[in-house]
Design a protein around this ligand. Structure first.
Ligand code: URA
Length: 240
């Protein structure tokens, strides 16, 4: 679905591989065919502010919310619409409304909730699922502690949100669980990714579109994205 809005001449976003000028890695379509980097200037500007070590918790939260609105605008670009008849104060007319597949937003706890809040403002009728995963700090392997999904997830376009695609472990585990629950059409939305994470997710789930705002250089020995923005959960909730 998302790929269908990447037609040539689309001005708001480009496939990754184009020079960002930010010191972050450039990748070609051939390298990461399922990855899209949103290059919208507002998103790029806000990402820079997010990265800054001196950005306060309140400001960080506000920026994530604003970015989720902009990202939501992009990923919903190709949703189908149909004309219905309505009456304005002056006359009858046919006017488009969303139709067909409905959305399900799935937040990977806990940092996913920052992105979820903004998306829900944009799409208030969306159903919401939660996957609770924490990363074992020693092994970096995700451990599931919570799962709650809408019963009709198979009929919905599922947008999974987690700000950081680092090792890819959480994303792979979460998407595997969603598929087990019946989800068929899934987009993974994050603020920052690294090649290791994209590779891991793309090899485990080659059918999943990955949408991000930045593709950073690498993963460090502690599983942090470099240059990155630190721990997204801690920065969102002020827990460090
Ligand atoms: N999760 C984060 O919050 N930050 C990273 O850099 C990597 C994973």
């Amino acid at each position: 679905l998302f790929a269908s809005c990447l037609a040539p001449g689309h001005t708001d976003m480009r496939r990754c591989g184009e020079s960002s000028g930010t010191g972050c890695m450039d990748r070609t379509d051939e390298t990461f065919p399922t990855l899209t980097v949103l290059r919208h200037p507002l998103l790029q500007h806000k990402l820079t502010l997010l990265r800054r070590h001196d950005t306060s918790t309140g400001e960080f939260r506000r920026l994530v919310r604003e970015m989720s609105l902009l990202m939501g605008y992009e990923v919903t670009r190709a949703l189908p619409v149909e004309d219905i008849e309505i009456e304005t104060p002056l006359e009858k007319m046919r006017s488009p409304v969303l139709t067909g597949k409905k959305l399900c937003l799935v937040s990977i706890l806990r940092a996913g909730s920052g992105l979820l809040d903004g998306l829900l403002e944009l799409i208030p009728a969306a159903r919401v699922g939660h996957v609770g995963l924490y990363r074992d700090e020693a092994t970096l392997i995700p451990v599931e502690y919570y799962l709650k999904l809408p019963a009709d997830i198979a009929e919905r376009l599922v947008v999974v949100v987690d700000p950081m695609l680092a090792t890819g472990g959480s994303a792979v585990t979460a998407i595997t669980r969603l598929k087990q629950a019946g989800a068929v059409q899934i987009i993974f939305l994050c603020l920052l990714a690294v090649p290791e994470g994209v590779r891991h997710l793309a090899s485990a789930h080659p059918d999943i579109e990955i949408v991000t705002v930045g593709l950073d250089r690498e993963l460090d020995a502690h599983g942090y994205i470099r240059p990155g923005l630190g721990d997204a959960g801690d920065r969102l909730f002020g827990t460090k």
